[in-house]
Write a protein that binds this ligand. Sequence first.
Ligand SMILES: [Zn+2]
Length: 246
Amino acid sequence: MMKGAGVIAAAGGLTLGTIKVARAASRPGCRDWTQPDDADFVATIGKDKFTFLDRALSVIENEVVPKTLEGVHGGSKLFGAAVLKKADLSTVVASTNTEAGNPLLHGEIQTINDFYEIPKDQRPSPKDSIFISTHEPCPLCLSGISWAGFDNFFYLFTYEDSRDAYGIPHDLVMLEEVFRCPDGSYNENNTYWKSWGLRDLIATTGPKERAKLDQRVEALKVIYAEMSDIYQKAKAEGKGADVPLK
Ligand SMILES: [Zn+2]
């Protein structure tokens, strides 16, 4: 008998032969979905929403997009990310997907790697940092952000955008196929981090602020549509990155 089986049997009345059956028979899907609220935002970020949103869009516009434009020309996907300091919202790192070299190097993972390349005495703690992702993180990156120690992340485009606007459905498919989480229903308020969609936050700002921010999001949609065309064209011509999930 395998070590530990007695403990399992004592705790739940299960034997090794029935563990798999018991799991398969459990309720499908993940635990209940919960969302962080405004008080969580203040506790996590400590800045007013407009100041934060203005800076989050700026880092995407000015630091992530130029790198992603270069990346899509090299056959990599259009996902990018950045880390900011909570204290003054300055940029620590900004990076983009580099899957042309390795299919695991999603924008978020490349950003985490770059963050940890900074000598320990020169980089902030992940708990003192803000994680910004251009697109809602896939299961790999949700886990990467957790393992890397960040207590938050923010994203611009949703899973549905990745599937419908950018032709990349793997996030939603993988959540359902592997984790049995239908409709991208991961827990947005958990013991590791709290997450927000930037556009959901923008929708809660005042009319004048919202108009300004919405205009920038619309401009970013155009830029990402152009970068998506470059990526999809390269893929169609067989010049994209040689990765299993295109
Ligand atoms: Zn990912």
